[in-house]
Design a protein around this ligand. Structure first.
Ligand code: IMP
Length: 194
């Protein structure tokens, strides 16, 4: 079976990616690979940050690997927080403060449209390939639900009356940006590799 290291320390992302990809690829998390490394995200695009993460792991392991970077893009805020999604409210990642700042900045604004965008960077036999997944939706005005992570309690995908935080992973996968990007990765692997 094809084995890929997934360059993420986020257990939620690992679970979602595992569930999205199923059992056709053996996904090895950084933890499982015995790597304790915090990979920087210094760039101003999701593509460049995803690339940085997969290139870092590839240089260290010389193994096939992939990473993902995700941003929340709010239309009325000109695409913010975007690449700053994790550190919207400051350098320390604080999800509660990030959501508070987002709801504050959207106060009194009627246009609540937003989208999650995920970029996966795959490095396979030394070559890099990028895959994108987008989930359109809206930011509601208070938190709902306790599942998931990050901005899930305030993000309601188009076509649902529930937030991501009110869905389990399988339900979130019906709409999810990460699942869509993962589907493209799987299609690519099926077509060209496996
Ligand atoms: P990164 O891709 O690890 O840089 O994630 C950026 C930020 O986006 C993190 O702080 C997460 O809180 C948030 N985020 C990423 N994916 C999701 C998601 O699927 N739901 C909610 N928030 C997310």
């Amino acid at each position: 079976m094809t084995q890929l290291i997934f360059a993420s320390n986020n257990p939620h992302k690992v679970e979602e990616i595992q569930s999205a990809i199923g059992n056709m690829v053996d996904i090895v998390s950084l933890k499982q690979a015995g790597m304790e490394i915090e990979i920087p995200e210094p760039h101003d695009t999701l593509e460049a940050n995803a690339s940085e993460k997969s290139q870092t792991i590839y240089k260290l392991t010389n193994e096939n690997c992939f990473s993902e970077d995700t941003g929340l893009e709010v239309y009325a805020l000109n695409g913010e927080p975007g690449v700053k999604t994790a550190r919207y409210a400051g350098d320390t990642v604080d999800t509660g403060k990030n959501i508070e700042k987002l709801l504050g900045n959207l106060g009194g604004i009627g246009d609540r449209r937003a989208r999650f965008r995920t970029v996966i960077s795959l490095i396979y036999e030394g070559k890099e390939y990028l895959f994108e997944g987008i989930c359109e939706g809206q930011i509601i005005d208070h938190k709902r639900g306790s599942k998931g992570f990050g901005y899930d309690p305030v993000f309601m995908p188009s076509g649902s009356k529930r937030t991501f935080a009110e869905m389990d992973t399988v339900e979130k996968n019906v709409f999810s940006h990460r699942k869509k990007a993962a589907d493209r990765l799987v299609l690519f692997l099926q077509e060209y590799i496996i």
